[in-house]
Design a protein around this ligand. Structure first.
Ligand code: ZN
Length: 245
C-alpha cells in the first residue's frame, strides 16, 4: 500500500503519528504515512523508533523503498517486537543522525557548485560523504574547502521547487549526474535550489537538506582521490581541516 512520505514536504519533521498497514515476514513494516526517509539518491534511510500506545518502543534499523518508490519499508531491528496491522504508533526518527545527513547532503550540492563537473556517483554519510566527478584536472583540496566555506558563510537559502517531468525533459542541462536517468515518471520532480531565485544552483534531487547554507557548519575536503584517468573522488568531512588531522 502506498505510504504518504511526509518528509518530502517537511525535511524537519522528526516525529509523527501513523497507522500500521502491513507487516512483512522479516520485520518490514508499512505505514499509512511516515517521516522516515527511505534510502535513495545516495542518502541512507532513517533509523529511529516506533512508540506504542503502552509506551514501549520498537527500534527501527533502516528505511528503504519496496518494489516501487511509493512503497516505504521500515525494517524493525532484530529481536524487536512487531506491531500489528491497524495499530497506531508515534514515529521518532534518530534526529541527530538525520540532521547530520541533511547538513552533509547540502554540502554535496555546494561541492557540485565549486566543482562544476559531471557527477558520476555520490554517497551521503553521517561522518563522511563522497562525490565522484568526471574530470581530469588536479584541484587543490584546501582551495575547494575555502570556496565551500565561503558559500556556507554567505548563508544562501536552500529550498525545493516542484517542476513537471516535461519541464525537466525540456531543460536537460539542469541534471548534473552523468549516466543517471533523470528522476521522471512520478509526474513531478523536486528541484533543490540554492540562493535567491536559484542564483547559486538548482539540481533535481529527492533527498533532505538543511534550509540555509550556514546550517551546514564547518566542513572540509579531507581527500581527493584519483579513481581512473577521468574520475576524481572527493571526500567531505565535518569540522576544520586541522581538527581532523
Ligand atoms: Zn540533494
Amino acid at each position: 500500500m502506498p505510504t504518504t512520505a511526509l518528509y518530502r514536504d517537511d525535511f524537519y519533521l522528526s516525529t509523527c503519528e501513523a497507522m500500521v498497514t502491513a507487516v512483512h515476514e522479516g520485520g518490514a513494516v508499512e505505514l499509512d504515512q511516515t517521516c522516515f526517509y527511505a534510502t535513495s539518491g545516495g542518502q541512507p534511510g532513517d533509523t529511529g523508533m516506533f512508540e506504542r500506545a503502552n509506551g514501549s518502543k520498537i527500534a527501527v534499523a533502516l528505511t528503504r523503498h519496496g518494489e516501487t518508490k511509493d512503497i516505504i519499508l521500515h525494517q524493525v531491528a532484530e529481536g524487536e517486537a512487531l506491531p500489528s496491522v491497524g495499530e497506531k504508533l508515534v514515529l521518532h526518527i534518530d534526529w541527530p543522525r538525520r540532521y547530520k545527513l541533511m547538513r552533509m547532503h547540502a554540502a554535496c550540492h555546494l561541492l557540485s557548485v565549486v566543482c562544476p563537473y559531471p557527477i558520476t556517483g555520490a554517497a551521503v554519510g553521517e561522518d563522511e560523504s563522497r562525490v565522484d566527478f568526471d574530470m581530469t584536472e588536479t584541484i587543490d583540496k584546501d582551495q575547494v574547502t575555502a570556496e565551500l566555506m565561503r558559500l556556507v558563510s554567505e548563508n544562501h537559502p536552500i529550498y525545493v521547487q516542484w517542476i513537471t517531468d516535461e519541464e525537466l525533459i525540456a531543460n536537460p542541462g539542469i541534471v548534473k549526474s552523468k549516466n543517471v536517468r533523470p528522476p521522471v515518471g512520478m509526474g513531478r520532480v523536486s528541484l533543490v535550489c540554492i540562493g535567491e531565485n536559484s542564483s547559486v544552483d538548482s539540481q533535481p534531487c529527492g533527498g533532505t537538506h538543511v534550509s540555509e547554507t550556514q546550517e551546514v557548519g564547518a566542513i572540509h575536503i579531507a581527500k581527493i582521490e584519483k579513481k581512473g584517468r577521468e574520475n576524481r573522488r572527493f571526500r567531505i568531512r565535518f569540522g576544520t581541516p586541522d581538527a581532523s588531522a
